[in-house]
Write a protein that binds this ligand. Sequence first.
Ligand code: PLP
Length: 410
Amino acid sequence: MKFNTKLIHGNLKIDETGATNTPLHLSNAFSHSSAEELECIMKGTSMGYAYTRISNPTVTSFERRIASVEGGLAATAAASGMNAIYLAIMNIVESGDEIIASSGLFGGTYTLIKNLKSYGINVKFLDNLDKISLENAIMKNTKIVFAETLGNPKLDVLDIEDVSKVCIEYNVIFIVDSTITTPYLIKPIENGADIVIHSTSKYINGTSNSIGGIIVDGGSIKYKEDKYKNFKEYSRKFGKMAYTAKLRNTVGKDIGASLSPFNAFLNLTGIETLSLRMRRHCINTLAVAAFLSNNEKVTSVNYPSLPSSKYYNLTKKYYKNGASGVLTFRLGSKENAFRFINNLKMILNITNIGDTKTLIIHPASTICASNTEREKEKMGVFDDLLRLSVGIEDIDDIIEDIESALQFIN
Ligand SMILES: *Cc1c(COP(=O)(O)O)cnc(C)c1O
């Protein structure tokens, strides 16, 4: 099956009713014909459903669809993107371990990782995830390298194959957040990531009707090594499925922030049109980037597909289908940035990305408000910077709205 077909048919099971959409199982528990049957399900020795915090048929369908399109062995859904990141990390580390992360991460993720210090986990943020910086930073106790394919909102492009090589050599788990890029633009497992994360709240759902996250397991063999003692039992029993087996039996179950079946149902509808939407997001965003670049009121435009981007060559290598729908631009002052937002008519001022609608935000005063000035700078967030998530409306209407709002700034 090819990619577009997988979005619709990947691991699709039509049940005995013949329903073409995965049925929505709004039940938090499932009955069983014998005590033995439930015993086996709870032990994990036979397939089946017991309780929705652990698994639910609608959620399972969504997990299998994502595993199929990402080329992963398995996927585990979570209540939000943040929850997916938290679980993905906590499934690996113990106190005394170390995480290396890009300093250009999404603000929420940056803070999450920084806060792990209070649990005895050492954290190093690197400005560049190149071979030399990584080799200098990696220690015996380094268990995770965490990065985003395209940083939100820094829009730095991860050289995923380079980082993967270092992580293989030093036996470190490589976790990649591919929220902005989606499997339409890149499949990180094919490029050497061990674990892929999505906030499905964004492009996968596509229309902003629900919060969710997912953790895709690439089936790494690294967990077999002595370094990952806490995986020993799971590696022995479950082989390449060790990561997911541990996740579902430990932190996933303990923290209990499972995805609602209703949200899984909405995500299953959303993902069917992922390619169509992403293609249009990319085309529209490139057009907006070109328009902004040619306007003298705009101080600078940051979009990886622009030849002016310092990541242009990496973008050409990894993102042949486009560089997604997010760009940032600067207007010289915070006052100008606010005035621009306040004069938009169609574009919505919203703390979100990846919607069919065009959205704008001033990151410094909102999503990055709790980060220090130094952290903001490293995230590529400045007082005069705006982040635009370009939707799939007619490009003329998007540009008209931007053009008229620009007239109000100095
Ligand atoms: C939005 C986002 C998250 C957090 O996801 P939620 O679903 O809002 O919890 C994590 N990473 C990136 C890159 C995001 O854009």
